[in-house]
Design a protein around this ligand. Structure first.
Ligand code: SF4
Length: 326
């Protein structure tokens, strides 16, 4: 990848954990801990991990809904971490977010017409007449009828609401959309409609996606490359097919083992994961995955593994944070 559209390096988003009578900070939750990743123009990077691994916090830190404590988020040549509120407003035209539950992100007291016109009003785009035309075009792009304009979000199904959320996200022709579990709350049949819509829009508008999900099967369907996240850290990155067919990290292998196989005789053979993700307030020492890892050795309890390249020369990049070649 020559020059990535998004380049994240050393990103840390920590939260103080407060307690006691005076609510003093008693601990630190390291939700995102020294993360690096890249997304190219027109590319989809899938970001996968169990609930509580920090992937949503990472997405929100990238679009600066949260303020990271350290690191850089270079988007189209500008480090967003260094920007103030006013400068961020300009960048937000090109960097948008789709949320898991559009019901939470759409103002239930506003009609669809008002919701979709708002980005144009905020960014002072066109006259009132121009904005009406733009809103009509947006509806067509996401496959909603014009009769939707006077209705309110609660009058729509989950899939239709997500179409409204997507329409709002693409209103200002962004370059990158961070999608936080965009289909997790939808029925399976609706999921594929929304995913296909997102793929069509990507092709038509040249969008890049950072696609966050706990579901590796969904992510594989839409991603060019995949990053696997565990307890605030990226533990493996590779091309989508490589992650699926040649996973190197025991955590990735366990996620693949958890995908239901259509033919039970053709299971992956990897060990299914047991137990929950440990707390990021008090993560395990060494490799954070060691209490759940079937391959853990003494070294894993004390030494933190860093991401290292495991692809052969000439192959697509494949990095893994594990002390061993498994
Ligand atoms: Fe498992 Fe050790 Fe590798 Fe961590 S470093 S994934 S504990 S083998």
């Amino acid at each position: 990848m020559s020059s990535p559209l998004l380049e994240v390096n050393g990103l840390k988003t920590y939260f103080p954990v407060r307690g006691g009578v005076f609510m003093t900070a008693t601990a630190v939750c390291k939700a995102v801990d020294d993360v690096a990743l890249e997304v190219g123009a027109g590319e989809t990077l899938g970001l996968v991990g169990e609930s509580g691994c920090g992937k949503s916090t990472l997405g929100r830190s990238i679009v600066r809904l949260l303020r990271p404590q350290a690191g850089s988020v270079v988007f189209d040549g500008t480090d967003l971490v260094k920007l103030g509120r006013r400068e961020l407003k300009g960048v937000r035209r090109e960097l948008q977010m789709i949320f898991q539950d559009p019901a939470d992100s759409l103002n239930s007291r506003h009609s669809v017409a008002k919701i979709l016109e708002e980005p144009y009003v905020v960014h002072k785009v066109g006259t009132e007449k121009d904005r009406k035309e733009l809103v009509h075009a947006l509806l067509a792009k996401v496959g909603l009828p014009e009769t939707s304009l006077d209705r309110f979000p609660f009058e729509f199904s989950g899939g239709q609401r997500q179409r409204i959320g997507i329409a709002r996200a693409i209103a200002l022709d962004p370059k990158l959309v961070v999608c936080d579990e965009p289909v997790s709350a939808l029925d399976v049949s609706i999921q594929s409609q929304i995913l296909n819509l997102m793929l069509e829009l990507q092709k038509d508008l040249g969008l890049s996606y950072l696609f966050i999900s706990h579901d590796l099967a969904v992510v594989k369907h839409v991603s060019d490359r995949i990053a696997i996240m565990y307890l605030g850290k990226i533990v493996e990155t590779a091309g989508a097919d490589d992650v699926y067919e040649r996973p190197k990290h025991p955590y990735t292998q366990a996620l693949i083992a958890a995908i239901p196989a259509p033919d039970p005789t053709k299971r992956s053979g990897f060990q299914v994961l047991e137990g929950d993700v440990p707390s990021p307030i008090d993560p395990p020492t060494g490799c954070h995955f060691h209490p759940r890892c079937p391959h853990a050795e003494d070294r894993c309890r004390t030494e933190v593994p860093t991401l290292r390249e495991v692809a052969a020369p000439g192959e697509q990049a494949h990095t893994v944070a594990c002390h061993f070649d498994l």
